[in-house]
Design a protein around this ligand. Structure first.
Ligand code: DC
Length: 234
């Protein structure tokens, strides 16, 4: 039986495994995965390159005035893994650094940036069949999403996971820096004026501190089947 196509929102704190569960769901269901955080990271990279974000300064008006010059697209690589493009340039690797993560956390506080990103994200979800992860997907981008997940996980475990990921990519981070970055971003994400991170009233909460990836995905697929009324799988 063919499931009815829906949109799935996956929100939660940084480094909580949102992309792992969102990508897993998209793969299993044949849906399109969209990493909304990558869009804020691409805006940050653009601004950093222009010199509009430095350690202690952010030129808000320069960023908001040039938003129309920032075009973000996604394209799968040879293995079907979605990569991020900034004005046609593949920036997938560059947007994953701590510097860009910090910049993204800062540009994402700007209302004009959020308005433009949300507009683009809503366009991507018009035909349904999208799994999007982020901070405001269930609350702002797709408030009508049929399935909403909200992921939580302890800061220590999140920092450890991100640390391992960076080491596996050949980087040499300090664990304390990664943990401080996780906590700093939590604070900024939850206290900003524009669309702070919060759980949608109708979101299902999953604390994955102690749950493995496969178990988590199976749990989400069961949830999907319940929501779409398809109980034939599994
Ligand atoms: O998920 P991520 O770490 O790639 O996100 C980068 C930053 O962008 C993060 O600090 C929060 C912000 N963000 C947001 O404000 N809204 C989203 N929908 C996604 C990310």
């Amino acid at each position: 039986m063919q499931n009815k196509r829906i949109n799935i929102a996956v929100d939660g704190y940084s480094s909580c495994g949102k992309s792992t569960i969102a990508k897993g769901l998209a793969k299993e269901l044949g849906y399109t995965y969209i990493d909304s955080g990558a869009m804020y990271r691409a805006v940050a990279l653009f601004a950093i390159r222009e010199g509009w974000i430095t350690d202690n300064n952010m030129e808000e008006s320069a960023i908001t005035e040039h938003l129309s010059q920032i075009r973000i697209t996604f394209k799968p690589d040879l293995f079907g893994v979605q990569e991020t493009f900034l004005n046609g340039e593949n920036v997938e690797k560059e947007i994953r650094t701590l510097e860009v993560a910090n910049g993204a956390s800062r540009v994402s506080t700007l209302a004009a940036v959020r308005t433009e990103m949300v507009r683009q994200q809503q366009e991507m979800g018009l035909n349904k069949g999208v799994v999007m992860d982020g901070r405001d997907i269930g609350t702002v981008v797709f408030p009508d999403a049929e399935m909403k997940l909200f992921l939580t996980c302890s800061p220590d475990i999140r920092a450890k996971r991100r640390y391992d990921e960076m080491v596996s990519k050949g980087e040499s981070p300090q664990y304390e820096d990664v943990l401080a970055n996780v906590k700093e971003r939590d604070l900024r994400d939850t206290t900003r004026d524009a669309s702070p991170l919060r759980q949608a009233d109708d979101a299902i909460v999953l604390d994955n501190s102690e749950i493995g990836i496969d178990e988590q995905l199976q749990w989400a697929l069961n949830m999907f089947n319940k929501i779409t009324g398809n109980n034939e799988q599994n």
